[in-house]
Design a protein around this ligand. Sequence first.
Ligand code: CTP
Ligand code: ZN
Length: 155
Amino acid sequence: MSDPERELRVSKIRDGTVIDHITGGQALNVLAILGIDGDEGVGVSIGMNVPSDKLGTKDVVKVEDRELSQGEVDVLSLLAPEATVNIVREFEVVDKKRVERPARVVGLLTCPNHNCITNADEPVESAFGVVDDGVRCEFCGEIVREDIGDHLAVH
Ligand code: CTP
Ligand code: ZN
């Protein structure tokens, strides 16, 4: 058990989404998935590498007045398979879901293969199948195993 006196505490939020049990070090990629860079003026709190009983260390991201789309949750599951998404209303957690690995991810990642049709100036949306060891481009077969967060499509 972690000592409550020594826990890093990030304030509770009134309304919004708490993404908890994020793989340590992935918080900034999670913000990138959500398209948040701070310019939007929404309240965002981040805990990085905070102690966790379950994971050793974890990251936590709290975003006020915002809920996540299914596509965002799908990509999140690839970076942070243990994450929980908590919806908070009037300070209470009203919904808590574990993320689930999707079968495929459309439009949210870019292919690292520069010769891939999805990187040509064509109206083709990226699509990746989720495989055991990463994600596989449906157009060229390129597999991204590590650092999926480096291949997020910009919003
Ligand atoms: N939380 C928050 N603001 C609130 C309510 C909850 O920021 N008004 C955060 C908590 O700090 C925690 C997460 O939302 O990081 C989930 O809250 P809760 O379900 O109360 O915590 P636990 O029971 O510890 O969650 P779990 O069982 O998923 O570990
Ligand atoms: Zn490709």
